[in-house]
Design a protein around this ligand. Structure first.
Ligand SMILES: [Zn+2]
Length: 708
């Protein structure tokens, strides 16, 4: 199978809006950092990951993939030179057995070893796609074959081999099975049958020890969060492999699997900002859980955002369907942009996102110390894949014409000629495209699905355009022909879906064009207060507003139902201090459900949830949840939950190794005497682990109120 669309040659597209600028910023700040590349390669020489079942070995391949995608967009000679240098360096780190591994032979094939080896193989293949040097290509291909052959010899279904799903104690081995993607590419590269056999073997395992991911996706009856293991990033990575296998074989059922999986995730597990997972990094019905006041902790992982965006990008390339570009846009402008750190921060990307009365910077996901000094994180290494892919994918083409998927000021050289785009999108909805081309071809513009009204003209003549699809203009184009697209930029009011609790539904959000809006404490207003935008025909009354507090793409003054005004900025620009100074919320509580004045309020467990017993002990379970607390005569609070999606097992174990020694964090939001209080670091100490009923008993310290 060929891709349905082709991408521009390196340097053939030049974009000057937020997508192009972000790509250039990451290229300069992270991808040209030679010391960082050297430190990543060094991990393969010292081989320390096996001591802690760690994953520093993923950094090199993951960032190199992003660097290759970024170079395919920018064509920057210095970047190419840096990439080439680190590839040469890595070739010298292959051990005599043919392994590129950060685990020693004694510790290999456990933890994240296969995952890290996957990234080396995948990145080498990404580099082969951009490398013009036949000699170097031959050396890399030989190295990749040796690397893969060692794995094939040791890991498999035969006697004395380790089944691939048992090469990791994490996530049912989904991390290991995602090596499917580079194995397919290796077969495509070499045509050596053992690699194809190995791909078939991986697919037959189902990708996970706890449930066959691929069979369930084909059957399309189970939600991805219930496939067996729920880790979003690793599971999406397995389906990237399935798409690669489809591309190789053309067997329709593999595309069906991937598209079914995509649709199910989009419907049930994607949040308003385009990420998945509102509890840690796992699929967990985020579409309904995103307004759950208990889910305000570590959530919305950047690795998930980027992998989801990339998966949509692969589907777009294979099928040419506009819906995949729509998903890329949602994730890129919201979940992804908010994770891009300001230059003054130590790291180029942050890890976890905030949706409801929370802040960024809560933790750095996937952090590992480096033997060369310092440390790095998984979410930092992955970012450039998204910042490179968006501008690369903005204008593409097939045999009969051009696709414009994303709108940004700049130019793209295509085989049909140059297109010049003039726009301030996504801040404004006016887009002018001038053809600096002559000839007959189809020009397709993506009309975003969020748009209710749009107008499209060619040289002033109206053309049909339907939101959610391509508007196709097939005609003879002359130099200077002008296309104008106007998208409605009204501020839409989004109502929350019903969730676990009645309170989940009592939230609204604002979206202007593709940009989700959020309140940020730096705008000078109490973001904990309820806000009810005045709504008319699905839209809010909102005006562009000059935000003096921090740079933003769009800031708005929004009229509320009481005749007052509150202020919001685009979500991607919010939360940038990575701490409580930019406490933020994009879901707006419609009323103050967190007040204890009526002897009743809500308590949220960030990492687990608690139930308080009259003897002063608590039950601690595995999932974040929301409780209503009612004061009892004995001075205790009785906590009640309306949880409908309760599942036990798993997390409590992590806290219970040492009775009395482990602490967990809880969060209380309250309102006493008209003042706002937050206790974010409330600790809960375990005293009596008891797994018989899926609960852990623990003591509970008095609430420590912190005045905000
Ligand atoms: Zn990560």
């Amino acid at each position: 199978m060929k891709n349905a669309i082709s991408f521009p040659a390196a340097g053939a597209a030049k974009w000057e809006g937020v997508l192009g600028n972000t790509s250039r910023y990451i290229e300069a700040r992270e991808l040209k950092n030679r010391a960082l590349w050297a430190a990543f390669v060094n991990e393969f020489r010292v081989q320390k990951d096996g001591e802690r079942n760690a994953w520093a070995g993923e950094f090199w391949g993951k960032m190199l993939r992003g660097a290759c995608i970024t170079w395919r967009y920018s064509g920057d000679p210095e970047l190419y030179e840096v990439i080439c240098g680190t590839v040469e360096d890595m070739l010298t780190a292959q051990d005599p057995l043919g392994r590129f591994s950060t685990y020693t032979v004694d510790t290999e094939f456990r933890g994240w070893d296969m995952w890290c080896r996957k990234y080396v193989l995948l990145a080498m293949e990404y580099f082969l796609e951009i490398c013009p040097d036949d000699g170097l290509k031959a050396r890399i291909t030989e190295a990749c074959k040796k690397h893969a052959d060692y794995i094939i010899e040791k890991v498999g279904p035969g006697e004395g081999q380790i089944p691939i799903v048992f090469t990791s104690n994490w996530w049912g081995g989904m991390n290991s099975c995602s090596i499917l993607e580079p194995m397919v590419k290796l077969y495509a590269l070499t045509k050596e049958p053992r690699y194809l056999d190995y791909c078939r073997y991986i697919i037959e395992t189902g990708g996970c020890a706890y449930g066959d991911l691929f069979a369930q996706a084909l059957e399309n009856k189970t939600l991805p969060c219930d496939y067996g293991s729920d880790k979003a990033y690793e599971m999406i990575s397995c389906f990237e492999g399935i798409l690669e296998y489809y591309k190789l074989t053309g067997e329709e059922k593999y595309l069906t699997m991937a598209e079914n999986f995509f649709r199910a995730v989009r419907e049930t597990d994607v949040t308003i900002t385009g990420c998945c997972g509102t509890h840690g990094e796992q699929f967990n019905r985020s579409a309904v859980n995103q307004t759950d006041p208990a889910m305000t902790g570590v959530m919305q992982d950047n690795c998930v955002s980027v992998t989801w965006l990339k998966f949509a990008g692969k589907l777009l390339a294979l099928t040419g369907k506009a819906c995949y570009a729509e998903v890329m846009e949602q994730t890129a402008y919201n979940a992804f942009l908010t994770a891009v750190n300001l230059p003054e921060e130590e790291q180029p990307f942050d890890t976890y996102g905030a949706l409801l009365l929370s802040h960024r910077g809560k933790s750095r996901g996937g952090w590992q110390p480096l033997a060369a000094g310092g440390g790095y994180g998984c979410c930092q290494c992955i970012g450039s894949a998204a910042s490179g892919l968006m501008p690369l994918s903005a204008v593409t083409w097939n045999d009969d014409g051009v696709f414009v998927s994303f709108y940004e000021q700049g130019t793209a050289a295509t085989p049909f000629g140059v297109l010049r785009v003039e726009t301030k999108y996504p801040a404004e909805g006016e887009i002018k495209i001038t053809a600096e081309a002559e000839g007959t071809f189809a020009l397709r513009l993506r009309i975003p699905g969020w748009c209710r009204r749009c107008a499209l003209t060619v040289n002033g003549e109206a053309v049909k355009a339907e939101p959610g699809d391509w508007a196709v203009m097939e005609r003879r184009w002359n130099r200077g022909d002008e296309v104008r697209l106007t998208l409605d930029m009204e501020t839409r009011v989004i109502h929350a879906a019903p969730g676990r609790f009645e309170v989940c539904q009592r939230h609204t959000a604002l979206r202007r064009g593709p940009l989700v809006m959020a309140r940020d404490l730096r705008l000078g207003e109490d973001v904990m207060l309820p806000a009810r935008p005045l709504e008319k025909d699905g839209a809010a009354e909102a005006e562009l507003w000059r935000n003096e507090s921090f740079p933003s793409l769009v800031s708005l003054a929004v009229r509320d139902e009481n005749g007052g005004v509150f202020h919001v900025a685009d979500y991607g620009s919010c939360g940038k201090t990575l701490d409580a100074r930019s406490l933020m919320t994009c879901w707006l509580p419609e009323e103050d459900y967190l007040t204890p004045e009526k002897e009743e309020f809500c308590i949220c467990g960030e990492a687990g949830y608690i139930g308080l017993d009259p003897d002063g002990t608590c039950s601690l379970k595995n999932k974040g949840t929301l409780f209503r607390a009612r004061k009892t005569g004995a001075g205790f609070y009785r906590l009640e939950s309306e949880d409908r999606y309760l599942r036990c097992g798993g997390y409590a174990l992590a806290w219970s190794e040492e009775p009395g020694g482990e602490e967990s964090e809880f969060r209380l939001i309250s309102d006493r005497g008209g003042k706002r209080y937050i206790a974010n670091k409330l600790t809960c100490r375990l005293v009596k682990p008891n797994f018989t009923d899926g609960q852990v008993m623990c003591s509970f310290e008095p609430y420590k109120w912190i005045l905000k």
